[in-house]
Write a protein that binds this ligand. Structure first.
Ligand code: GTP
Length: 267
């Protein structure tokens, strides 16, 4: 510790060492005072060293605490990022599962399960509000021949292309799905059979004009369509049976045409 007054110390030293001052009555108290002063100075020095050490220890502790907190914060941020990624992954996975369980893998159209779901809802809606709806069953003509002549791969492309055109031709509120194999179902809510027949005639023509190309081959396909409007009191599967029956009539009538179930003319 720095001495407060070097010259005073030297002066006192000199006085105490001076033989002329040996008998001075003030010498004794000065000696004691000097000893006290030095003791006090040593104590102050010690206390200030302890205080310095304590302060630097506290500073170190504070620093290591901050570092620890920062490290924990970084770890937490990492965990949060991992959790976010995991949640996004789960959401994507759920979405993919939902899509896979309700959509057809080849064409991307709604599958039979989703169609049945919507048909049930439409039948319920009819029971409550008497809102009409019509079902159209569509079947690709001589699809087996297309497969046999050009191969399964072109057959798949044909189904995908047909599905794309069907979906593009219908209205937003209609639902087109793959019923199975080369068969499609279109649900037309708020639509009676005669209006549905007009839409389906447009769909039939669009398919007729479609050229399906795959590598070197190209092929044209046609579809036959059976239409049935939901009747009060029947189940949705009875309506489907009626549409199936009308489809059979269209096939027997020469294909590439549509037929409406229960139509007075039997068309
Ligand atoms: N490439 C391909 N073919 C399929 C698929 N699903 C069903 N088929 C084929 O579609 C063909 C349907 O044949 P059929 O039921 O005899 O009917 P069709 O040849 O279309 O004759 P009509 O319906 O009487 O006009 C079968 O050969 C099935 O193997 C598919 O996902 N891809």
């Amino acid at each position: 510790m720095k001495q407060p007054n070097q010259s005073l110390e030297a002066h006192i030293h000199a006085l105490l060492e001076d033989p002329a001052q040996q008998d001075n009555p003030l010498r004794e108290p000065l000696v004691s005072l000097w000893a006290n002063h030095q003791d006090l100075a040593r104590r102050i020095d010690r206390i200030s060293r302890i205080s310095d050490a304590y302060q630097s220890m506290a500073k170190q502790q504070e620093q290591s605490l901050t570092e620890r907190l920062n490290k924990q914060l970084r770890q937490l941020e990492k965990v949060a990022r991992i959790s976010d990624r995991y949640q996004n992954m789960m959401r994507d996975l759920n979405e993919a599962l939902r899509e896979a369980s309700t959509h057809d893998a080849l064409t991307g159209l709604p599958n039979r399960r989703l169609l049945v779901d919507r048909l049930k809802k439409e039948a319920e809606r009819y029971a409550r509000y008497q809102r009409p709806f019509t079902i159209a069953m569509l079947d690709v003509d001589h699809f087996k021949t297309i497969n046999d002549q050009y191969g399964h791969e072109l057959g798949d492309s044909a189904l995908t292309e047909i599905a794309r055109v069907l979906d593009a031709e219908i209205r937003e509120q209609d639902l087109c799905g793959r019923w199975g194999g080369e068969e499609f179902l279109i649900l037309l809510p708020e639509t009676q059979a005669d209006a549905a027949a007009k839409v389906m005639e447009r769909v039939r023509t669009a398919i007729e004009n479609l050229t399906i190309r795959a590598q070197t081959d190209s092929v044209n396909a046609t579809i036959s369509i059976g239409i049935a409007e939901y009747q009060p009191g029947e189940s949705y599967s009875e309506t489907i049976n009626q549409a199936d029956h009308a489809l059979l009539v269209a096939k027997r009538g020469g294909r590439n045409q549509l037929s409406t179930a229960r139509a007075p003319s039997g068309a």
